[in-house]
Design a protein around this ligand. Sequence first.
Ligand code: 5GP
Length: 317
Amino acid sequence: MKQKSLLYTGKAKSVYRTDTKGQLIVEFRDDITAFDGGKKDTLRNKGSYNAEVSAFIFEYLARNGVKTHFVKMLDPHRMVVRELEMIKLEVIVRNLAAGSIVRNYPFKEGIKLDPPVIVIDYKDDSRHDPMLNDDLIVALKLTTAKELAEIKTAALKINALLVKMLAAQGITLVDFKIEFGRAGMAIYLGDEISMDSMRLWDKVTKESLDKDVYRFNKGDVMATYNRVAQRITKKTKSPAAKSSPAKKAATKPVNVKAAPEKIAARPAPKKAATKPAKGKGVPASTRAPATVKTPAKSAAKKTAPKKPVAKKAAKKR
Ligand code: 5GP
């Protein structure tokens, strides 16, 4: 397959046309950003960790009946995907209260949300990704009511599968963001599912294992991404899982038919040497001292915060 011209470039990924009809290449770059680009860095190998975890998860979901855009990996940074007409929605599923819903609503951080809460935002940086409701989504013609129902059912199914898979590695899936697109009449899961788009806590230590480490300066980001990528793809046993086996999933999502999930390890990667993690037991708190009163994500999110946990950074990510 030949990579052709650049189609789209985002904050951490670039999408290229290819010489194969209906297929694109997604390049996972080493860039990392938070607070709407207010904090930015380039961290060597970061892209490959996210690509590896995304590929592992897409394959796992596909084995369990979820339609995803994943086709194959070309190399550790580049993924071949089915071309989709992307739907401008960010679908967030929350199992525990953390992040923006703790800042925006009177939830105590870490409380279980049972059944899981789905929040859907309009993917539009210029408007700071405001939260939508079903009527707005249909009125804006982002989806039909039928498509929206399908997306929510798929999001809950994906959540149930991920909760189980991650629990087996001693990881709590706090929340995550996914995006969908259309190919013909069908809806597929697109984009990525990685440490950038999930909020993950170690079940035992409650340590953050995701981009919150970067957002809130909780430790060595790359050591964390490396370790969590290995745990998720089952190249190392989780220390938490060894000492305290995860007996059950963190949540019991509703509306999801129980199906035995099929988990398989991917082949070992050819990757840079592992750096030892600096420190441990980093507190999981992600609460920012902000009081944002509206469900719409703060219009202030564009402002680069001096300190990452700042009022202006109320919205993201
Ligand atoms: P929150 O609303 O608490 O900031 O984010 C909820 C979850 O969705 C977190 O796991 C966060 O990483 C993910 N998320 C929300 N918005 C985005 C986004 O624009 N990009 C990415 N990669 N993840 C997001």
